[in-house]
Each structure stands twice: as C-alpha cells, then as structure tokens.
Design a protein around this ligand. Structure first.
Ligand code: ADP
Length: 189
C-alpha cells in the first residue's frame, strides 16, 4: 500500500541538531532526507564545477545563491513518483521557500510540517566548537560560526513567520538529550 506523500521541513540555526534528528525521522517514516549542506559538501569534496564555485562561500559562512540551491532541489525532486521527503538546511531564504512551494505545488504535495528546533545561541556556539574538534568541518571555526548565526538571524529566521502563517509550524525545544528531543519531534509530526 502506498504511504502517501509527506513533506517535512527542518528549520533552526546551525548547531540545532537538524541533521541528526532529520536522519532519524527519515529512517522511521521512510522519507528521503535532502540536506543541501551535505550535497554541497559532496560537490566540494569531489571538486566539481559547482563545488569550486560554492567552496569559498561556504568557508565564509555565507549562503550559496538561491538559483544554485533551487536547481539542486529541482533535480532531487525530479522523478520522485510520490514526494516523501525531509528537507534539512533548506529552505534558508524566502525565495527558496517560495520556490519549494511552487515545485511542490506542481507535484501536488505541499509542506505538511515545518519543525523549528529551538536552541539558545550560547549553546549553539558550544556545540559547533565541539563539532569542530570532532569533525574538522571547514566552517566550524569561531569567526565563521558567528557569521553563520548572523546569517541565520537575518535571512532564515523570517521563514518562521512564513511557515507559521501557513499553519504548519511546530516549535520544538532542542535542548537536552537527543533521544528526548526526538520524542518531542514525534509528538508534533
Ligand atoms: P549548518 O546548519 O551547520 O550551517 P549546513 O550543512 O546546513 O550546516 O550548511 C553549511 C553551509 O552550506 C552553509 O553555511 C551555506 O554556505 C551552505 N548552504 C547549505 N544549505 C544552503 C541553502 N539552503 N541555501 C544557501 N546556502 C546553503
């Protein structure tokens, strides 16, 4: 039996735990996790044309241009007979959210839930600096972390209102044990 379409967006600042929680939810609900950050990092690692273009932008903690991101998403969604997806780290700007809505409208599968993982900024910085030691990501250094948080506040935070206005926003406390946070997410999804 077909499970039907299901589209979930994960919103939240860098370090909120979107990737971890989205992966678990994708597994449990049989959804494809689409992480623009992972896709971009894979291009950088493989040295593709796109990777060469976006690498320096990512190292500065700035956002990659909307057109490039939207092209990636269009490609990911193409050929999905039924959209069952979790977006992690996308959309990050209002034009990206509008483009996603337009693409999903064509596919007849609107955003069902936007999960906002809420974590205070001092905790985010602690987590990202810890991740820097463990994973050595090029953008996990103190200066770039500050810039990424500022970019989040300026460009991505408006999406909280965007999804609230559509009645799909669910706020989840992102502090504490990852297992407990996951339980909170399951209560709203
Ligand atoms: P984090 O949530 O920790 O910032 P991500 O892996 O989501 O990590 O993103 C890493 C970087 O990749 C961002 O700082 C940005 O440069 C780029 N990026 C990822 N997703 C997007 C997006 N949707 N729009 C623009 N840039 C993006």
């Amino acid at each position: 039996m077909a499970a039907g379409s299901l589209v979930i967006v994960f919103l939240g600042p860098p370090g909120a735990g979107k990737g971890t929680q989205a992966a678990r939810l994708a597994d449990d609900l049989d959804l494809v996790k689409i992480s623009t950050g992972d896709i971009l990092r894979s291009h950088v690692a493989r040295g593709t044309e796109l990777g060469r273009q976006v690498g320096p932008i990512m190292e500065r903690g700035e956002l990659v241009p909307d057109e490039l991101i939207i092209a990636i998403i269009r490609e990911e969604l193409a050929g999905m007979p039924e959209v069952r997806a979790i977006f992690d780290g996308f959309p990050r700007t209002t034009p990206q959210a509008e483009a996603l809505d337009a693409l999903l409208a064509e596919l007849g599968a609107p955003v069902d839930v936007a999960v906002l993982l809420e974590v205070p900024e001092d905790e985010l910085v602690r987590r990202l600096l810890r991740r820097a030691e463990l994973e050595g990501r090029a953008d996990d250094n103190e200066e770039t972390i500050k810039r990424r948080l500022q970019v989040y506040r300026e460009q991505t935070q408006p999406l909280v209102d965007y999804y609230a206005a559509r009645g799909v926003l669910k706020r989840v406390d992102g502090l504490g044990d990852p297992g407990r946070i996951y339980c909170r997410i399951r209560e709203v999804v």
